[in-house]
Design a protein around this ligand. Sequence first.
Ligand SMILES: C[S@@+](CC[C@H](N)C(=O)[O-])C[C@H]1O[C@@H](n2cnc3c(N)ncnc32)[C@H](O)[C@@H]1O
Ligand code: SF4
Length: 449
Amino acid sequence: MISRTLHALTRALSPGLRRLSHVSSGGPIEDGSDSAHLTGHASLYVHWPYCLRRCSYCNFNKYISRENNDVMMTECLRRETDALLQLSQVSCVTSVFFGGGTPSLAHPLTIAAVLETVAGRVSLSDEAEVTLEVNPTPEGKSRLEEFCVAGVNRFSIGVQSLQDEDLKILGRDHSSHQALQTIEEARRLRPGRVSVDVMFGRPEQSVESWESELSELLKVCDDHVSLYQLTLERGTQLFRRVQGGEASVPAEDVTAEMYQRARTTLHQHGFLQYEVSNFARHNAVSHHNMSYWRGRQYIGVGPGAHGRFVPLGEGGVDREARTQTLEPDVWIREVQQRGHGTRRRIRLGHLELLEEVLVMGMRMTEGINHKHWQMFSPQLGLREVFGTSAEVREFLQSGRLVLDDRGLRCSWDGLAVLDSMLPALLVELERETSRKLQSDEQRERSDPR
Ligand SMILES: C[S@@+](CC[C@H](N)C(=O)[O-])C[C@H]1O[C@@H](n2cnc3c(N)ncnc32)[C@H](O)[C@@H]1O
Ligand code: SF4
């Protein structure tokens, strides 16, 4: 049951969040609490589903486009953004993330049009973080400057590797030289607001080569790094090659060592780990992703996008998990016919919402503080839920987990094994919430006033 919940949660997260790798701890706890999940605030994720080609490891919702349908996509993204904003009745969009697929293939006017739609309906401050995922391109082909004019103020570049041989194995269509050029251009345009994605645990990779690659990266990168452990996804070319014995990936203890060395190296270079896979210096954290991990509302627009918000516009009172139709042509038709392409809506019950808050919150080094938890669970505090279980006590005693006056969080060692602790935490949450419910019902029966 719990493993299904965990699996379902990670599958249901927004595409940009699904890369679970190993994980961490440490930094100062900021007060992430506010009432944004209750009030009219939300972040916005916009999915651009097209890519130039299929990378060998990727199972994201992406399609190789045969024709240019920019005009139709722009129109549909605008319409769906407008419809879902209206449905949510939010008054303020706090950040926007254009992910994919390869959203840097979209026309800058598409990006501008979506932002204009947002600003036309709700408040979108000039300071709001607007991120675009960018694939490295040959010199002269990038449109980063035009994207800045369109309103993008943060770039997230899919570097993946700085080894040309590995880029080929991964099926990437760029060289390490082109990645370096793209980083340089992005840093020139948006200094301090450029992130790079890199993967480890790649075929034939050794700890030593990973370390030297990381030191190369540290010479050129800006203030934000995302490190993802390669997941072998079923249905991908790489999965088949590894199954067929044509390629092999490092053993689990080797990737664990890669993760630990990377954390230490980044720390030595002034990067604070603030989430399982994310590191920032000079406080250049991704505010958009933080809003997911802090359990705030988000609206997902575009084929296959996920959202979590209360549909106030329809009189809804509970948060819903929404998924948009996956296939772009079908999604386009649906948006043209009824203004949005929502394929699935699931009302989140109290326990399901708490499960999400737990799974997402524990990914952050700051963990979940008492005030934050109380906003979602006013009746049952963190200590009441997790303070009495024998299994959780063992995590606390071994130093992997911390439960104190600040809240609940992983230690440095604990973050690396978060996935192994989550099932026990989820069991405890389920047990304590149902116990609370039963005792409330009993009290009501004996005192039915
Ligand atoms: C889906 S991609 C979209 C961005 C862009 N198209 C790109 O490829 O850089 C977002 C990030 O997910 C990560 N990712 C995708 N597939 C993955 C996998 N199988 N294992 C680990 N990370 C993965 C990559 O690091 C990538 O930068
Ligand atoms: S990794 Fe990025 S570029 Fe490659 S297929 Fe997936 S979404 Fe497209």
